[in-house]
Design a protein around this ligand. Sequence first.
Ligand SMILES: [Zn+2]
Length: 89
Amino acid sequence: MRRGILAMGAWAFAGRRPKGSVVHYWAAPSVSPLHLAYILGHEVGHVSGKQLRSRRNAWREELRADEYGAAAYLSLKHVLAVAGKAGAA
Ligand SMILES: [Zn+2]
């Protein structure tokens, strides 16, 4: 598992707590910012809204979280493009 995490360049998990949710993550210095945004967005998705996890449909929860990851990825991609045009990146 450790080798797989290192190969991915980043890893995260999220949990709901009584006083709020928490996302823990690790990222290699070389990780792509877009990849990290996707992973963090995915984990935020797990602690946002209504989870779809059950014995029958655990994959639906992963797909639901992926939508948050995609939103984070696309948002950061757009921000970086705009910042690049403005000379800020
Ligand atoms: Zn997940």
